[in-house]
Each structure stands twice: as C-alpha cells, then as structure tokens.
Design a binder for this molecule. Structure first.
Ligand code: AMP
Ligand code: ZN
Length: 116
C-alpha cells in the first residue's frame, strides 16, 4: 500500500530523491537528510505503515525485516563491536515527524542514556 501524500512513500516510488544505501523487495534504506551521527540511516518498509501504533498482525515479518536490515547495515559499516543505536519514534511526544514507520540506525559515536 502507498499513500500519495506520504514523504517516504514518495521516496519508495522514486518521485523524491534520496541517497539509497539498500533496497530489496521489502525494505529501503537511505541516508537521513539531517544526520545526527556519523552513520544515520533510515530503514523503512516499502509498504505504508504509519507507526508502531498502527502495526497489524500481518506486519510482523515486515518489521522484522526492517530491524534485521538495520543490523546488516550496521555490520557492513563496522559499527560492531563498538555498538550502535536503533530508534523508532512513535507519536508526537517521541518526536515522530514522518508517519511512515522507520528505524533510525545511528552509529559512529557514543550515545547517552536516558535519551533526551
Ligand atoms: P522522525 O522524527 O522519527 O519521524 O524521523 C524522521 C526523519 O526523517 C528525520 O530524522 C528527518 O531528518 C528525516 N527526513 C525528513 N525528510 C527526509 C528526506 N527527504 N530524506 C531523508 N531523510 C529525511
Ligand atoms: Zn508512506
């Protein structure tokens, strides 16, 4: 499913450019336009899911693929054994701004806890 007004659906459809670092039948990964770390990649499903809050029973495999791809990209960039962070913001209090589910892969520096 694709939403014509969704920014990330437009990246999936190729009508908005992005620096794509991986794509397959299920997921696309691209560089965040406003990187918060030396590695800041967004991993998204091709299909439109608004957020974790709207996940359905049929979406489990899709989200698993998103997280697995984040780990594969982290490995390919040598982010282990130092480590990295994967973030899914859900809703306004968490700072979600794009309502097409995405995992932020952040790495290449240290991260504090608790997050801001
Ligand atoms: P969130 O705040 O969790 O919804 O994250 C949305 C992310 O999308 C932010 O980190 C933005 O910098 C990023 N972003 C917005 N527009 C684009 C774009 N056209 N290409 C790549 N990343 C984008
Ligand atoms: Zn979308």
């Amino acid at each position: 499913m694709s939403y014509p007004t969704c920014l990330f659906c437009k990246i999936v459809g190729g009508t908005i450019p992005a620096t794509i670092v991986h794509q397959d039948d299920h997921v696309i990964a691209f560089e965040d336009i406003n990187p918060q770390a030396p590695t800041h990649v967004l991993v998204i499903p091709r299909t439109h899911i608004a957020s974790l809050d709207t996940l359905g029973d049929g979406d489990h495999e899709t989200v698993g693929r998103v997280l697995h791809r984040a780990a594969e990209i982290a490995r390919s960039r040598g982010l282990m054994p130092d480590g990295y962070r994967v973030v899914l913001n859900c809703g306004p209090a968490a700072g979600q701004t794009v309502y097409h589910i995405h995992a932020h892969l952040l790495g290449g520096r240290g991260f504090g806890w608790p997050p801001g």
